[in-house]
Design a protein. Sequence first.
Length: 352
Amino acid sequence: MKADISKDDATPTLDDVARKAGVSTATVSRCLNNPDRVVEATRARVMEAVKALEYTPNFAARVMAAKRTFTIGAIIPTMDNAIFARGLQAFQEALHARGYTLLVSSSAYRPDVEEEQIRALVARGADGLLLIGHDRDAPIYEYLERQKVPALAAWSFMEDGQIPSIGFDNRAAMSALAKEVIRLGHRRIAMISGISQGNDRARERIEGLKDALRESALDVDDLEIIETTYEVENGAEAFTQLMSRDVPPTAVLCGNDVLAVGASLGAKRLGLRVPQDVSITGFDDIELARITSPALTTVHVPHREMGRKAADALIDMVEGKKKVVSAKLETSIKKRHSLGPCPGTNDDPDHP
């Protein structure tokens, strides 16, 4: 004998939500799919009805109707530190506000893994992809074009790249920081960089430092660069190597804040004072830069603004609303306590 199922036990429908909220089914649909197109009071009433009825939208029906999955994929190089966390959080928040879900993968800075993840996300129906930087082989971009999956690059700006970018000029940003280091009298300068192969951000930061040296008539050939992966202990080891030279640097510029914190740790182990004996700078201005001692002079990257703008631009590409053009965001130098004048020089080289 078949058990009776009361109406109260039946799965709630879109009509049920509409009746409870006192609106049309079209309004309920807009609240769920395009909440920014519904006035706040109506949206709140609909969402109260959704919660009270424990209504779950029919995702398959939504996908079929819109011919989209309302998912966006993002492939970042690492989840091991906070370099990408703030920007990705803002990216996810902006996606959510427009009814999209984020899927995240990490490539461990390996191009082959990134390509696998791009193909996997496309196979799972991602409507668009956020990629970090522009350094990848042309066939990958050709594949995305054939699949008609829009892609956007972040954390790097390239006006004429194969895909649009919402990012910043890594080369100019590092050049500006290096000029400040040179202004403070430093001439023996070294760099601890991330691995530059396959990483346009690291490569551009190296070139930015070289630009500043050339503009100041300093010999680029004297610049010592150690490339390593982005880990605190690696930064410490690289710093120790640099300071073991017969003529050690008076300033060490690091490719990001994680390496700079490692360099500061290396200085403590060697009994060196920062910045009295040696200056250290970072890049990114993540929280670690502010709480380490001494606090890092670094390049501030507008991570949250970049994440929000990247999400809006990528959704516009997915929905075909308008042509998206690359946007360059401004960086700035955050002066803290890890950078000081070169030992033996005046405190303010502009006023001898």
